[in-house]
Design a protein around this ligand. Structure first.
Ligand SMILES: [Ca+2]
Length: 511
């Protein structure tokens, strides 16, 4: 699920609550015409697997400039350029569901529901040589049904999914093969589909997640830890998951594992849990609603893909508002949600937005069902680098009150996708007269005011807002007549908008 980056330096993992390594402003990215189910990274290349027939350049509308890519495509992680590596995955349900590179990056393992790669007959799992994109002649296991998860170690390739047989041998929904494709003795009996795998060999553990209720004849709901050599059960997690909450994603760093779930029905659990690799005990659990599909720990923070819509019980989280936030980052140590809110829409398919995350060369890739990113057309794929390029939207300025020698201006705070504190600058007749800094999020846009001491007469006020890097254009002008100080007759407050600029007025919330 998370490329080759699951292992982290422990000192980085300890630096919790730091600023996210990525801006919330997307980089130009190619698009797919269907669902991206899986992303994997190796050697600066990001591999994209899913259910699609074509890809198209950034900015192209569906149907324009399409290049054929059947359920598999490869891109340069940094430039985003489409690469020629393009085996066609076809037959059966012609879908690539899971991919993972070998630890040395030389081989990409690909699983799903397909019966042909190019003209070669295969059965739901293959391997590609990443140096020349050729199909491995040895790793060609015959897997009896869909592969939904892949984990790789130096010694073994683990497959999880819906199958009951691998290489002619009975293997119920999880199997291990050698890198050359021979079925290993590892054997576990899982009663329902496996959807996520993560190995922690130094702890003697293989984490297995999915829809199941029983493993190796014992009750084990949604998550189990197996011995990576034998398949015997090491740990179960009673009470962690209510019925019908499937584990969709598992990731780890050097000391902890992280799981993400998708729930249905009463007692639903959709959020994320962190546990200790040493003994399997829980560190934290967040109860955000809106199924989690992918996880990626990086530099002390946990990135996740979901359609979160109620995170009121999680520090830094938001209440139910009838909308959805599809990408989040939170502290690995405390689960606190940090101010980083790039977003997608729900999109096509099951309408859950992003389904996969990968990191390569400092660029975060996300893939899924979406057709919009930060409200702009962008289908199937997007990515984030370190450069903050988006300016907050300028608020509309209004007049709250006038007093002799004073005008009180009011506005609703704006918000920025990756900066919580924004600075508002007030100009009178083109001259900066005040500056105010205030925290805001899209679900909490405070009303702000400023009382300006000004000479009597008519003045032109404008406001602009900056995140410290990018500054909005100045607002439409607000004309205010400030009454004189001395014993003059009281004047009614007067305000007028420049007619030609009035249409630029906007509410603070850019959603
Ligand atoms: Ca920003």
């Amino acid at each position: 699920m998370c490329g080759t980056t699951a292992l982290l330096d422990a000192s980085l993992a300890a630096a919790a609550d730091g600023k996210p390594a990525f801006s919330a402003d997307p980089l130009a990215t190619w698009q797919t015409d269907g669902i991206v189910w899986s992303l994997a990274a190796a050697n600066g290349v990001v591999y994209v697997g899913g259910t699609f027939e074509t890809v198209r350049p950034p900015g192209a509308a569906l149907g324009q400039q399409q290049v054929k890519r059947q359920n598999f495509a490869a891109f340069d992680a940094v430039t985003g350029k489409l690469l020629p590596c393009a085996p066609a995955f076809t037959g059966h349900n012609h879908t690539v569901r899971a991919m993972k590179a070998s630890p040395d990056g030389r081989v990409l393992y690909v699983g799903g529901s397909f019966s042909k790669v190019g003209s070669t007959r295969v059965a739901n799992a293959v391997a590609l040589d990443t140096s020349d994109c050729t199909l491995s002649k040895t790793f060609r296991p015959s897997v009896s049904a869909t592969v939904r998860a892949i984990e790789t170690t130096d010694k073994a390739i683990y497959l999880g999914g819906d199958f009951g047989r691998v290489g002619g041998q009975s293997r119920n929904r999880v199997a291990a093969l050698t890198p050359k494709g021979s079925v290993l003795p590892f054997r576990a009996d899982v009663d329902q589909p496996v959807r996520a795998l993560a190995a922690a060999l130094s702890h003697g553990r293989l984490f297995v997640g999915g829809d199941f209720e029983a493993v190796n004849g014992q009750g084990a709901r949604s998550l189990v830890t197996l011995n990576p050599t034998t398949g015997k059960t090491v740990l179960r997690y009673p009470g962690w998951f209510p019925p019908l909450s499937s584990v969709k994603a598992i990731a780890r760093d050097n000391t902890r594992f992280f799981v993400g779930a998708e729930g249905h029905g009463p007692g639903i659990f959709d959020g994320r849990i962190a546990g200790r690799l040493t003994n399997g005990t829980m560190v934290w659990k967040d109860t955000c609603r809106g199924a989690t599909q992918a996880l990626l720990p990086y530099k002390g923070l946990l990135y996740s893909a979901s359609h979160a819509h109620d995170c009121h019980a999680t520090p830094g989280g938001f209440p139910e508002r009838g909308d959805r936030q599809h990408l989040l980052v939170q502290s690995l140590d405390t689960r606190k949600i940090l101010h980083w809110f790039p977003d997608t829409n729900d999109g096509v398919g099951e309408h859950v937005g992003p389904r996969a995350l990968a990191l390569s060369k400092g660029v975060l890739w996300a893939g899924g069902e979406f057709t919009l990113v930060n409200d702009a057309p962008q289908q199937g794929l997007t990515r984030f680098g370190s450069r903050d390029t988006g300016a907050p939207k300028v608020p509309a300025l209004s007049l709250a009150d006038t007093d002799p020698g004073k005008a009180t201006l009011a506005w609703r705070a704006s918000w920025d996708r990756d900066d919580a504190s924004l600075t508002y600058r007030i100009y009178r007749d083109g001259k900066l007269v005040a500056q105010r800094t205030k925290k805001s999020t899209y679900w909490d846009l405070p009303r702000m005011t400023h009382t300006d001491s000004a000479p009597a007469g008519r003045h032109r006020y404008e406001i602009e807002v900056t995140d410290g890097t990018n500054t909005s254009p100045k607002s439409a002008a607000l004309y205010v007549t400030v009454p004189a100080q001395a014993a003059q007759a009281a004047q009614e407050p007067q305000a007028a908008q420049e007619p030609q600029a009035a249409e630029k007025r906007a509410e603070g919330d850019p959603r």
